[in-house]
Design a protein around this ligand. Structure first.
Ligand SMILES: Cc1cc2nc3c(=O)[nH]c(=O)nc-3n(C[C@H](O)[C@H](O)[C@H](O)COP(=O)(O)O)c2cc1C
Length: 205
C-alpha cells in the first residue's frame, strides 16, 4: 500500500470545466489551506477510465487483477485515493446521481469489493479514514436529490475503510458562476475544507 501523504485530496467530478463544482472544489481547497493544510485537487475528467466489463476476472482468485489495469488510468486514481489521509468528493448531480465519469471509475473499484470479500489482509488493514462530499444541483427542491450520490459514494468508499460524512448539498446552482454568487454556498464549501483538514489530522473540526 502507498504511504499516506499529507495532502487532502479533492476529487472534482464534473464533466464541465470551470463550473459550479470546480468552483466548490477550489473553495474546499482554499478552506484546507486557510486551516494550514495541504491539498491536491484531482479532476476526474483529466483521467481516461474505461467501463468495467463485468467479466468477473477480479473475482477468480486472490491474485487476479482487473483485465483493464494496463489500458487506462483508473489505477492511478485508486493510488491517489489509497494514499490520501482524507478525501473530498465535489460533484454535480446528474439525473439524481453522480456523473457518469465518476460512476465509471467507481464501477472499476469492483476489484476492491472482491478483495474485501476474499478477506485480503492489505485491504482490511487500511487505516480508517474520513471522506466528505459537496454535491451541487440545479434544482432548488427535491427531497431525495442527493440520496443516490450519497449512497453510491458511501458504498464505494467503505471498501477502502473510508467512512462518508453527511454530504453538503448545495441547491439551485445551475449556470456557471451561480455558486460563487451565493455567499452561503461559498461559506459551506470553505468550512468543508477546514473539516477535511481536521479529519486528515485525526481530530474533530
Ligand atoms: C446531464 C445533466 C443532468 C443533470 N441532472 C440534474 C438533476 O437530476 N437534478 C438537478 O438538480 N440538476 C441536474 N443537473 C444540473 C447540474 O447539477 C447543475 O447545472 C450543476 O450546477 C452543474 O455543476 P457543474 O457546473 O459543476 O457542472 C444536470 C446537469 C446535467 C448536465
Amino acid at each position: 500500500m502507498a504511504e499516506l501523504s499529507g495532502a487532502v485530496v479533492v476529487f472534482a467530478c464534473s464533466h464541465r470545466a470551470g463550473g459550479n463544482s470546480d468552483a466548490a472544489a477550489e473553495l474546499v481547497a482554499r478552506g484546507v489551506r486557510e486551516a494550514g493544510g495541504q491539498v491536491r485537487v484531482v479532476a476526474l475528467r483529466d483521467y481516461a477510465v474505461l467501463a468495467c466489463l463485468a467479466c468477473r476476472a477480479c473475482a477468480k482468485d486472490r491474485d487476479s487483477a482487473c483485465v483493464l489495469r494496463e489500458k487506462d488510468q483508473a489505477e492511478e486514481l485508486f493510488a491517489i485515493l489509497l494514499s490520501a489521509p482524507a478525501v473530498v468528493f465535489v460533484s454535480p448531480i446528474y439525473f439524481y446521481a453522480l456523473p457518469s465519469l465518476c460512476k465509471t471509475w467507481i464501477d472499476r473499484s469492483q476489484r476492491f469489493w472482491e478483495a474485501r470479500r476474499k478477506g485480503d489482509a492489505w485491504l482490511l488493514e487500511l487505516p480508517e479514514r474520513q471522506a466528505f462530499a459537496c454535491l451541487v444541483a440545479g434544482q432548488a427542491s427535491g427531497q431525495k436529490l442527493f440520496e443516490g450520490a450519497r449512497l453510491t459514494l458511501r458504498y464505494f468508499l467503505v471498501n477502502f475503510g473510508i467512512s462518508l460524512a453527511e454530504p453538503v448539498g448545495l441547491r439551485g446552482l445551475d449556470e456557471r458562476g451561480d455558486l460563487l454568487a451565493d455567499p452561503l454556498a461559498v461559506d459551506r464549501a470553505l468550512a468543508l475544507g477546514r473539516e477535511a483538514w481536521a479529519a486528515a489530522q485525526g481530530r474533530p473540526a
